[in-house]
Write a protein that binds this ligand. Structure first.
Ligand code: FEO
Length: 504
């Protein structure tokens, strides 16, 4: 049997499957295939409803694309970082045609159910190809066993995937691999698969695969979500907006959020293609209302707030900073902004905070001063925001310090590094706990935030310069604020002279 792989320009193709192709011929030491659909133009009848009902978690996506993925409800932390109380699904799909194709595998924790599903769906038929859209181990842990169980199967993947696969699993696929690049196609019978490179969505080796018959885009991690599937495979079978959106957002922002530019690039390619179904490696399959989830991805990947909303995050030890945060929340709400949410940075997992920061247009940060810096959990959150490349948000600050409040200045220094960050209002400084003398400043801050949310004022372009300079006593930590440190100044706490002061 002869095989061939073809290459086409995915962008210019418009609707994949319609454009002419040019034959590239063999790849590496082997040829890739297109023999086949002479025998059976009508495709292979799928008997899934009759034969596989009740087998594991199998479900038909279309008449010849079968879901064989598995959900894990035991796992506590995804990537050993993110709490997932609702579990997670590792999605895998089989395409039955003249050549049978498996798209991605599953995490090692669920291989038992996976092979039960795969065996039932193949039902004694050969597996010809394993398409590896994403080789992160939550999708590739079962590859070695697939290759042992199905000795005729070839691995279709990017060059980078083959290298990383070998690094992780000492799995040398050089004799069984088909290396593909942008726009390459593989005919497997009536279906033709087109490979679309998607580097850094979420790893560098990622690609997506488009099936011209079903209009399915096998999208790797894109359009995925945390959460186990409960028999309902399709997003239209659940109340996605109410029950799944928070986990879908948290998944995107934390896993792929840093790579907005790369996601935008793939969305631009997808714009010219007739996609009917989105099959991600996690979470429900999208076959209806695709525009809704595509719009969410457009917002998230362009760092555009989803909602005109205020997120107030506080780091507090003895309650003073919390009290100030609550006061500002009440005043903002009273000004007519209904979407206000307050979070204790010490008690809220940082992945929830990152997700909420991607949703909200305005973020108020309130932190105590701790070890002459930002309260550690708050600093961790802000550095995580920076790591996830959050952009285009409006920030406001409350700092607390019983003797040397410096957290506001230091929070601003981090926020200043975020592209498109702006500031509403002047930083409020409280000493230990808010008192009646702070009420005016807190009200002013709340007014500035609410007017910005409601479009009544424009926030400053960047974090405002500190109102005055600060010098820190290196003996006791006391902070002097002013334009200039007086030459005869003595620290009111420890009595040290000017030589003990350092500019903060
Ligand atoms: Fe689900 Fe990037 O792996």
């Amino acid at each position: 049997m002869s095989h061939e792989i073809t290459r086409r320009d995915f962008l210019k193709a418009g609707a994949v499957g319609l454009a002419a192709t040019s034959v590239l011929g063999s790849v590496g030491s082997m040829n890739v295939f297109a023999e086949g659909n002479k025998k059976q133009q009508a495709g292979i009848p799928f008997e899934g409803k009759k034969k596989f009902a009740g087998i594991g978690s199998c479900r038909e996506v279309t008449e010849d694309v079968i879901y064989v993925g598995v959900s894990d409800r035991r796992i506590q932390l995804f990537e050993n970082v993110y709490p997932i109380p609702r579990g997670v699904a590792y999605n895998s799909y089989v395409l039955l045609d003249e050549k049978n194709v498996l798209f991605d595998t599953v995490d090692r924790s669920v291989t038992g159910q996976f092979f039960e599903n795969l065996t039932a769906v193949l039902d004694g038929k050969k597996l010809d190809y394993l398409v590896v859209n994403h080789m992160e181990p939550d999708h590739s842990s079962a590859i070695s066993e697939v290759l042992v169980r199905y000795p005729e199967a070839k691995v279709v993947c990017t060059k980078a995937a083959s290298v990383i696969l070998n690094q992780f699993f000492a799995c040398d696929i050089s004799g069984r691999s088909v290396i593909v690049g942008e726009g390459d196609t593989l005919k497997v019978g009536k279906h033709t698969l087109t490979f679309v490179m998607a580097p850094m969505v979420h790893w560098p080796e990622v690609m997506m695969t488009y099936d011209n018959v079903s209009g399915i885009l096998f999208s790797a991690d894109a359009f995925g979500s945390f959460g186990a599937l409960n028999g309902n495979l399709f997003a239209d079978e659940v109340n996605f907006e109410e029950d799944w959106l928070p986990d879908a957002r948290r998944y995107y922002c934390n896993i792929v959020g840093k790579y907005g530019k790369q996601v935008q690039s793939v969305l631009a390619k997808a714009g010219g293609v007739d996609i009917k179904i989105l099959c991600s490696t996690h979470g429900p399959v999208w076959r209806k209302n695709l525009g809704w989830i595509l719009n969410k991805y457009s917002l998230w990947s362009s760092y555009t707030p989803e909602d005109k909303a205020v997120m107030i995050v506080y780091g507090s030890v003895y309650g003073g900073t919390e009290s100030a945060a609550n006061a500002v929340a009440a005043k903002i709400s009273q000004s007519g902004v209904s979407d206000v949410a307050v979070y204790d940075v010490s008690k809220t997992h940082v992945s929830e905070l990152i997700s909420e920061a991607f949703r909200c247009s305005h973020i108020v940060l309130a932190s105590i001063t701790y070890n002459m810096g930002i309260f550690t959990p708050m600093k961790n959150f802000l550095l995580d925001l920076e790591a996830h490349n959050l952009q285009n948000r409006c920030f406001s600050f409350i700092e607390n310090g019983s003797w040397s409040p410096v957290s506001g200045k230091q929070m601003k220094e981090i926020i200043d590094r975020l592209e498109g960050s702006r500031v509403a209002g002047k930083t409020v400084t409280i000493k230990s706990s808010p008192s009646s003398k702070d009420s005016g400043a807190l009200t002013e801050l709340a007014t500035a935030v609410s007017e910005s949310v409601l479009g009544k004022s424009q926030p400053e372009e960047k974090a405002e310069a500190a109102a005055s300079k600060k010098w820190v006593c290196t003996i006791c930590g006391y902070v002097y604020e002013g334009d200039k440190l007086p030459e005869d100044y003595k620290c009111p706490l420890c009595g040290a002279g000017v030589n003990a002061f350092k500019e903060a």
